[in-house]
Design a protein around this ligand. Structure first.
Ligand code: PLP
Length: 340
């Protein structure tokens, strides 16, 4: 089975495991884990923030940012399909107490012009807008830097903050060739995951100002995310940031190859221009995502079907041979199979 369900399925390589086995560790709740301290310093420098904190997951990183900078009874503006609304079990409502305002966008990319009319200033009866959340990449699509600059300017004008869910931040950096620090400058807080395309087994980094990260350490502990000798995990992250960022280009190239095969078929509906990184979304006319998933399964391709689209994600586990096999399998699918 070719597994294109997600880039979270990537397995640590022998070299990464060796780095993890040899990691110097300590008690991270006491801030004494050398490997975690190194990873946090590396992360904050890479995105141009004062500090960073290692958290067990991207979801926890987003939640901590929303808990601190959103807060109870305040609003966050984000894309209506954003991960924080759709896939984080309602944690920003149930734990952070923040009301999410999902803004419909054609491809997940918010614009300052669509956000401006939605901002609510502090008042006796309104839920004040505290935060704008941008997801980069979203559905594999990258935010143009100019759009981020406009969003940040709007937020600053209204005394609001910007959080970036950069679960796949380095996919965006590699694809757009933008300076990660310049992207980071358009945010107040930023998460990125080491456990997705970068291939480490566990963890994310939440980056921001020193006072914010100090507060984040308390909230992480409150949420049960204070880990002890987790430097073993951080060593995987250090390895990933050192060796695997450039590898993302290969994932992107492979996604384009697979997209070209889809384009050759009579049934796949999508815009190849949207395949900017390692994610492809496509549909088949009148067919549910689950049916498409089943047909692909019959051709040895594992993927995730949603309501009316399917997601294919290239990842480090794949070889050139696998990609050839996937393309061949896709091109062999007869349109009739979706309607059988
Ligand atoms: C865009 C985005 N944000 C956040 C997350 C959450 O990451 P985690 O699974 O580590 O909680 C994911 C996970 O797939 C994601 O795709």
């Amino acid at each position: 089975m070719f597994d294109l369900r997600s880039d979270t399925i990537t397995l640590p390589t022998a070299e990464m495991r060796k780095a993890m086995a040899e990691a110097e560790v300590g008690d991270d709740v006491y801030h004494e884990d050398v490997s975690i301290n190194t990873l946090e310093r590396m992360a904050s420098e890479m995105v141009g923030k004062e500090d960073a904190i290692f958290v067990p997951s991207g979801s926890m990183g987003n939640l901590i940012a929303l808990y601190i900078n959103g807060g109870r009874g305040k609003e966050v503006l984000c894309d209506s399909n954003s991960h924080i609304i759709q896939h984080e079990v309602g944690s920003i409502a149930s734990i952070a107490g923040t009301l999410s305002i999902g803004v419909p966008t054609p491809k997940g990319i918010l614009q300052a012009s669509m956000l401006a009319p939605l901002i609510k200033e502090k008042s006796y009866d309104l839920a004040q807008t505290a935060l704008i959340e941008v997801e980069n990449t979203i559905g594999g699509i990258c935010y143009p830097l100019s759009t981020l600059v406009e969003i940040k300017a709007l937020a600053t004008k209204h005394n609001m903050l910007v959080h970036m869910d950069g679960a796949r931040f380095f996919n965006a950096v590699v694809a757009t060739k933008e300076d990660p620090i310049e992207i980071g400058d358009q945010t107040d807080t930023l998460t990125f995951c080491i456990s997705k395309g970068l291939g480490a087994p566990v963890g994310s980094l939440l980056c921001g100002s020193s006072p914010f990260i100090e507060e984040a350490r308390v909230v992480r502990k409150m949420l049960g995310g204070g880990m002890r000798q987790a430097g073993i995990l951080a060593a995987g992250g250090i390895y990933a940031l050192t060796h695997n960022i450039s590898q993302l280009e290969i994932d992107h190239q492979r996604a384009k190859e697979i997209a070209s095969s889809l384009q050759k078929t009579t049934w796949a509906l999508f815009d190849i221009k949207d395949v900017q990184t390692n994610i492809i979304f496509f549909g088949v006319k009148g067919v549910s995502g689950k049916t498409i998933e089943k047909v692909f399964g019959n051709h040895n391709i594992a993927c995730f079907g949603g309501n009316d689209t399917v997601r294919l994600v290239t990842n480090l586990n794949l070889s050139d041979e696998d990609v050839k096999g996937i393309c061949k399998a896709i091109e062999s699918i007869d349109e009739k199979e979706f309607y059988a």
